[in-house]
Design a binder for this molecule. Structure first.
Ligand code: DCP
Ligand code: MG
Length: 425
């Protein structure tokens, strides 16, 4: 080999990994006696679940008899399914379906409440397993990631299957959970491929597979083609990705505009050169909590005030620990019917001060409809920048000594009394 000439770059191999029936699978780790049965996860924590745990107090969770679990048909109320085990999906039950409708389809399915904290713990754990094997990983949410296989040992063997198998096994050994992986020349194709062999499967897509594996799929399978675009395409007689690929690029640009039209054309031809972006600077820092029962702004004023204060303190602690201050302060509510609303405000100067965050977040909350009960409250600080002396006054607990923030425009500065007994919102 010539001196100074680097070896030819390996072909890109990008994996998309998605956990199987994620929330439900985590619940089955607690209750292995439910394996193979139709189980759905959703709704708020209910009396039935508490009664179940109380009636079997002292018994390991794995020994609670199957017959004792609450059934879907006993559920009355609103609420939607977050996910369902594959056994339940056989009845046509799935994510985002109302619980009452699901109860008609599969009345005997077991219904368990959501436990986001537990899912987040498992999410962190499986992602850690991955980065120990393949460090270039892009976090795409609680149960999915992209992984750059290109330069990782085993990442090219059998198109990536060897490394995919190792990752599947390592995740299973560490967590008891299964996942499905698609490996392809890019993210776009990998995302489609991870669905091909669900659950617990691996699918390999090579450039030459475009015509056979990708083109027969409906356009909706392209990540980024939502219901609206799919409907417009269908109205133009385009149902499959192959039909989309057969369109003239210029015609698509005419129909969908320069960037969207060109993107649709490239996607249909399996072209995508987006890199796998590893965890870099956080965009925002947030904390949220789901209540044991839905709370009301007036009737549960005291409890909510305390929760809200604590969330702001936690966000401030996170900011300081990670070395950031932020200019955008926002709140999120999820109402009892699962509708999600957010409000945010941008400050002139960044802050990491708990009391300041609390005050601004409180003003954001006032802009929301607080007459309805809600199930979740979240506080977020965005537009982050490195923490400096001016942006880091009293992060941490909101307590007796609250100084007005030196780095913040004065009109926002806190009157001292406000933070001592924080008024609700
Ligand atoms: N989720 C949710 N509401 C939805 C869809 C999903 O709360 N409408 C949650 C529950 C899922 C998790 O996100 O467990 C991951 O979503 P997926 O779409 O990956 O679904 P699953 O992992 O449950 O199933 P699959 O095996 O199809 O990936
Ligand atoms: Mg999943």
């Amino acid at each position: 080999m010539l001196q100074g000439v680097s070896p030819p770059a390996l072909p890109r191999r990008i994996a998309h990994l998605d956990m199987d029936a994620f929330y439900a699978s985590v619940e089955l780790l607690r209750y292995p006696q439910l394996k193979g049965l139709p189980v759905v996860i959703g709704g708020a924590r209910r009396r039935a679940d508490d009664a179940l745990l109380q009636a079997h107090a002292g018994l390991p969770l794995s020994e609670i008899p199957v017959a004792a679990f609450p059934r879907l048909k006993e559920y009355t109320g609103r609420g939607v399914i977050t996910t369902a085990t594959y056994a339940a999906r056989a009845f046509g039950v799935g994510s985002a379906m109302g619980l009452m409708k699901a109860a008609r389809l599969c009345p005997d399915a077991i219904l368990l409440p959501v436990d986001f904290d537990e899912y987040r713990r498992y999410s962190r754990r499986f992602k850690q397993v991955i980065t120990e094997i393949a460090p270039v990983m892009e976090d795409r949410g609680v149960d999915e990631v992209y992984i750059d296989f290109t330069d990782v040992p085993g990442g090219q063997r059998e198109g990536g299957r060897v490394l995919a198998r190792l990752i599947q096994k390592s995740i299973f050994d560490a967590t008891g959970l299964t996942c499905s992986i698609g490996v392809a020349p890019n993210k776009l194709l990998a995302k489609m491929a991870s669905e091909f062999r669900k659950p617990n499967g691996i699918a390999i897509v090579q450039p030459e597979d475009l015509q056979t594996l990708i083109w027969p799929l409906p356009c909706r399978k392209i990540n980024g083609v939502g219901p609206k675009t799919a409907a417009r395409l269908a109205a133009l007689g385009i149902e499959t990705i192959g039909q989309l690929a057969a369109c003239e690029r210029a015609w698509l640009v005419e129909q969908f505009g320069a960037s969207h039209g060109a993107w649709l054309f490239d996607a249909a031809w399996g072209r995508d050169d987006r890199p796998v972006v590893t965890e870099s600077e956080p965009v925002s820092i947030s904390r949220e909590t789901t209540f044991e029962r839905d709370l009301h702004a007036v009737r549960d004023r005291e409890a909510l005030g305390a929760i809200f204060t604590r969330l702001c303190e936690q966000v401030a602690e996170d900011l300081v620990r990670k070395g950031y201050a932020g200019r955008t302060i926002g709140v999120k509510l999820r109402y009892a019917d699962f509708r999600r609303v957010t409000r945010e405000t941008t400050l002139e100067h960044a802050t990491a001060d708990a009391a300041h965050i609390r005050r601004v977040a409180g003003l954001c909350l006032k802009r929301l409809d607080l007459t309805q009960r809600f199930r979740l409250l979240g506080v977020r600080v965005g537009s982050l920048q490195p923490l400096t002396a001016t942006s880091a006054p009293g992060a941490g607990r909101i307590s007796e000594t609250i100084r007005p923030d030196p780095g913040v425009n004065r009109s926002d500065a806190a009157p001292k009394t406000e933070a001592i007994t924080p008024s609700l919102f």
